[in-house]
Design a binder for this molecule. Sequence first.
Ligand code: HEC
Length: 130
Amino acid sequence: MVRSFLSPLLVVALAACARDVPGSPPPFDVRPAMAAVREDAAQIARHLDSAALADAILPARRLAELRLAPGLAAPPGFRELEQDFRAVAADLANALEAEDGAAAARSLDGLLARCAACHARFRPGGAAGR
Ligand code: HEC
């Protein structure tokens, strides 16, 4: 008797917890976008490494415009992390345009920290991935 009404409650409670567990993905698929994000970040790193700052501007500007599943509702905190990521990518692009390699390198570090921050919260398996 007690069990029969408790267990549906338990199911609801566990489902509610599951939404707050770090590493729960948003209710849309960001993986195709992430392949492009990774490629842009890798290009930027390569160009910085070879001091070809101007070549890194375009991928940095693309990252500064990143919109993941625009118009769809995202879990709490997700849009803030996305917005923060865009802001750092814009700083990076500005540093590249100013031909300030040291500032660009600092911004790239900041950008990669933003990848990890979002992954820690919203990627299944956390920042280390699946
Ligand atoms: C605002 C959130 C957010 C930011 C910022 C972000 N990611 Fe992701 N990323 C995700 C989520 C969520 C997943 C997990 C998607 C899934 O498995 O459903 C993911 C997964 C990935 C994957 C695996 C994709 C796959 O096919 O499994 C790669 C690679 C990746 N991100 C690269 C990056 C890189 C590189 C950056 C920074 C330059 C970055 N991401 C920034 C949210 C973000």
